[in-house]
Design a protein around this ligand. Structure first.
Ligand SMILES: NC(=O)c1ccc[n+]([C@@H]2O[C@H](COP(=O)([O-])OP(=O)(O)OC[C@H]3O[C@@H](n4cnc5c(N)ncnc54)[C@H](O)[C@@H]3O)[C@@H](O)[C@H]2O)c1
Length: 350
């Protein structure tokens, strides 16, 4: 898929991408290398995978360091930019080891802030719409301070990310560090995890397998999904914005849809015969989510450009290859739908 990146040309930079072997991080690595930057990717491969960055491993400007951000990092040479994406992002992953998640958010951000300070580098924190919790204000502007249950099962992530934002602004106030904070809303696209309970990947994989599509709750709760190319463009625009633009800035697609409507869109795109299966809503699951993106529009000139149908087609093409490669066999399994030629072309262009 070709998108227009309206980011002015700049000198080649040396950029650290923490969490660079993950879904969003690997797309950032791709983009930065295409721009001629030198990329140091660090990741502990907890939820990320070398598969996501395998094509980059032989690139002369790319290096990978297996490292856990909860530990301080020594890095030789200059460093211009730090993207901090290192953190498990889906509820099953971050709830597996809640104390570990909190440490990743807090100690990880602290260690990267120290590195950025030592190198006089600019640092961008991948924060999240989860800092708004189960919002009482709808849609959510950056000025909304949130409604988070501090003791619930999601708190390790929500409160960890809130504390990370606090650290970012304290480093700016205390040390004059050049910081950027992006509040990312639900993002989807190729290289999402297959089985991490996130809506779009779940629905697509279930539809491709002909399995029932699991909808939690009544399906009337809403989300706003942003395609990964749009998000990465927004992150890069924020990173390259003037130093006065610190954020927090919402980055997400304001096109709000009910979960049931998304399930039906996935069924239409995959032409699957799957049916919807309704299950109880998990604890503290937010009922509505929609970003106000006027700050991003005004300060960055950013808004998402890729319609849901197009983004879904590219994502379905990716998962069709994944499912075909790893389809379980057995009498009750239908063969996965093979991707069409257009879908394959889209997937390969990712
Ligand atoms: N995907 C979304 O919809 C979304 C929404 C809001 C915020 N975010 C944020 O964006 C970032 C990336 O999310 P993603 O969807 O790509 O998830 P992901 O799980 O695919 O990527 C996270 C990466 O961080 C790595 N990681 C985790 N803990 C680490 C540690 N202690 N040390 C080093 N590496 C570690 C993982 O191995 C993985 O590669 C996360 O910080 C997440 O909180 C994502």
């Amino acid at each position: 898929m070709t998108i227009q990146i309206s980011i002015p040309a700049r000198r080649s930079l040396r950029t650290l991408v923490a969490g660079g072997a993950g879904f969003i991080g690997s797309h950032i690595c791709d983009t930065l290398l295409r721009r001629g930057d030198t990329v140091v990717c660090i990741d502990n491969l907890h939820t990320g995978s070398l598969r996501n960055i395998r094509p980059l491993l032989n690139h002369p400007n790319f290096s990978f360091i297996e490292h856990d951000v909860r530990e301080p990092l020594d890095l030789e040479g200059r460093l211009d930019r730090v993207y901090n994406l290192a953190c498990p992002a889906s509820p099953p992953h971050y709830q597996q080891d809640p104390v570990g998640t909190m440490k990743t958010c807090v100690l990880g951000t602290l260690n990267l802030l120290e590195l950025a300070r030592e190198k006089s580098a600019r640092i961008l924190q991948a924060s999240t719409s989860e800092v708004y919790g189960d919002p009482e204000v709808h849609p959510q502007p950056e000025t909304y301070v949130g409604h988070v249950n501090t003791i619930g099962p999601r708190a390790c992530y929500d409160e960890g990310k809130r504390a990370a934002e606090t650290l970012m602004f304290d480093y700016q106030r205390m040390y004059g560090l050049d910081i950027k904070v992006a509040r990312i809303f639900n993002t989807y696209g190729p290289r999402m995890h297959e089985n991490d309970g996130r809506v779009v990947s779940n629905f697509i994989v279930q539809a491709l397998r002909g399995a029932p599509i699991t909808v939690y709750g009544s399906g009337s709760q809403t989300r706003s999904f942003c395609f990964v190319d749009d998000l990465v463009r927004g992150l890069e625009m924020l990173m390259e914005s003037p130093a006065s633009v610190t954020g927090p800035i919402n980055l997400g697609n304001p096109h709000e849809m009910s979960i049931e409507a998304i399930a039906r869109e996935v069924l239409a795109c995959t032409q699957s015969a799957s049916t919807l299966e309704f299950k109880p809503l998990p604890v503290d699951d937010p009922k509505r989510r929609k970003p106000v993106i006027t700050t991003a529009e005004r300060l960055l000139g950013w808004r998402p450009q890729i319609p849901l149908r197009k983004g879904l087609e590219a994502t379905i093409a990716y998962f069709a290859l994944e499912v075909a490669g790893r389809a379980p066999s057995g009498p009750n399994r239908r063969p996965p739908r093979r991707p069409g030629r257009a879908q394959l072309a889209l997937a390969r262009s990712q």
